[in-house]
Design a protein around this ligand. Sequence first.
Ligand code: ASP
Length: 357
Amino acid sequence: MKSGLKVCVLVGAVALAVAPGLAQQAQAHHWSIVVHGGAGVIERPALGPKGDAAYRAALTTATEAGAKVLDRGGSALDAVEAVLNILEDDPLFNAGRGAVFTSEGKNELDSSIMDGSNLKAGAVAGVTHTRHPISLARAVMEKSPYVMLAGPGTDAFGARVGLEQVDPSFFFTEARWQSLVKQLTKEGKPVPSRPAGAPPPGEAVPVAFYDEAGDSRSHGTTGVVALDRNGNIAAGTSTGGLQGKMPGRVGDSPIIGAGTYASNQSCAVSATGSGEYFIRLGVAREICNLVAFKGMGIQQAADQVIHQELEALHGDGGVIALTPDGQTAFSFNTPGMFRARLAEGGKLEVHIYKDEQ
Ligand code: ASP
């Protein structure tokens, strides 16, 4: 061995002996992904066997798509966006196509994404034309100097950066519409006229099974947290918000620290539920703070915030969470939460009701 090379090898060995963490960092991480499709009053009788099977199949497809991205070495951010693009196009979920309506019969979509490796984040609120709000949130993060856009400039930015724009009727589904009509009628509120461009009533459309009773407490927001082979974590959330919401209302989903948060120093979280409470508690960041500053495990931290702090305010909903060392958690205080997780070399888990593991 040449003497120069000998010195290098020696210096390298000394460096590793002094900082064994370096050797660990150089190793590939095992990827992991957790997905939710909303929490709420989701019960077996309302869902029925057909609804149950449809949601499990949809969660499986979406989670496996994210796993594929991670397995070929893709980033956590790419996996989050890929899964949410699928769920945004799936009328079963309250995000993108299949989103709930405002009290005036419009879809106003909210979304956010965060990169745990550098704390960069992007968020959008009140989207009406961009097919994939999560991609728009990512564009805000990567292609603008801002973190959050709201109002008409939001879709205009999406069009400028080349994201697909659609007529608002693209997001319409008969099931969500009927659900809104039922809710407004029950509450004695005026029912808006059917949106322009919506298919005529009675036309066969995919059905969102669980909110046929017009129950605005059935959520359906979508969210993903992921860990990639480089050890980076990311989180993203996409939603239509709350059914029958006042136009202009913005929930927790696009609020960094409330509905979405990710930091390689602590954890990644995506939330779903009654957004006003999640904003007031800063739920996503609160969980990560318990991990970072109190040394809690991720399940304990998530349970503390959902079952103690959120419940104390009478808020309802849940979270998915994951740490850079691959611990994952589901926590919710509703009868159900559509949820799935898969880690490298592990078995896919898909659950809906509270009494499942
Ligand atoms: N958290 C969402 C919001 O308040 C709704 C949901 O998760 O279903 O807008």
